[in-house]
Write a protein that binds this ligand. Structure first.
Ligand SMILES: [Zn+2]
Length: 239
């Protein structure tokens, strides 16, 4: 997707991103968060703790500086805000970070198996195999752990936090949230394939086909169509 203009209403954009994540495989009660870099360089916008993605209102969204301090908004900040602050500090190209605990991706990560292109979705991430963070399966609760997660992510678009969840990063909310939705679907299909295959190897796209499909299936135009659909479907939902 070509560079998206920064949303004029960052709180509304984060609320919408959260609702789309919740509706597409990333709901986990009140856990998980999505951030948007502040257009004026003050840090990032993130929901406050204790609220589920699907019940967010604009006054649940805080402005947090890159040291993790709440600059605007009510209540304390999320314990795991350092995932967002440290990825954004390390990656000037990233304006949106998703951290969630989706069931299929987290389950697949625990197997230690590589992510394989069972269908189109995984080709957005592999080859090479998706990045993993294994230093701890506990919460990312310090700037040092956040920096270690950012280092494990490197210049990739997604990371499995083994025994915990996922981190997905992108230059805009559409790209990061859409990638997070595709990652969970890719992992769910691989788990289904593995459960049906027994001891047989899966038939998957080789690296050349996967890279060709990444360019064809997830071109800027295709991503725009997919994201626009998710927004329209969310708008039809009666909250
Ligand atoms: Zn977490």
């Amino acid at each position: 997707m070509a560079a998206e203009a920064a949303p004029a209403d960052p709180r509304g954009a984060v609320v919408e991103a959260g609702r789309i994540l919740a509706a597409n495989g990333h709901a986990d009660l009140v856990w998980g968060h999505v951030s948007l870099r502040d257009a004026d360089g003050r840090g990032l916008w993130l929901k406050r703790p204790g609220r589920g993605f699907d019940e967010l209102a604009e006054d649940d969204i805080q402005l947090i500086d890159l040291d993790g301090n709440v600059v605007e908004g009510r209540g304390p900040a999320h314990l795991e805000r350092f995932i967002h602050t440290e990825v954004m500090r390390a990656r000037p190209d990233v304006s949106c970070v998703v951290h969630t605990h989706p069931e299929a991706a987290t389950t697949l990560a625990s197997t230690g198996l590589p992510l394989q292109p069972v269908a189109h979705e995984a080709t957005l991430f592999v080859p090479p195999d998706i990045a993993r963070f294994v230093e701890t399966g506990d919460l990312i609760r310090t700037p040092e752990l956040g920096a270690a997660v950012a280092a494990a992510l490197g210049d990739r678009n997604a990371l499995l936090l083994v025994n915990h969840g996922v981190v997905v990063a992108g230059p805009s909310i559409p790209e990061a949230v859409f990638a997070a939705v595709l990652l969970e679907k890719a992992c769910r299909m691989q788990l289904l394939a593995l459960s049906a295959a027994g001891r047989r190897a899966l038939h998957v796209s080789d690296d050349a086909e996967a890279l060709a499909k990444r360019a064809r299936c997830y071109s800027a135009e295709q991503l725009h169509h997919g994201w626009s659909y998710l927004r329209r479907r969310e708008e039809r939902t009666d909250h």
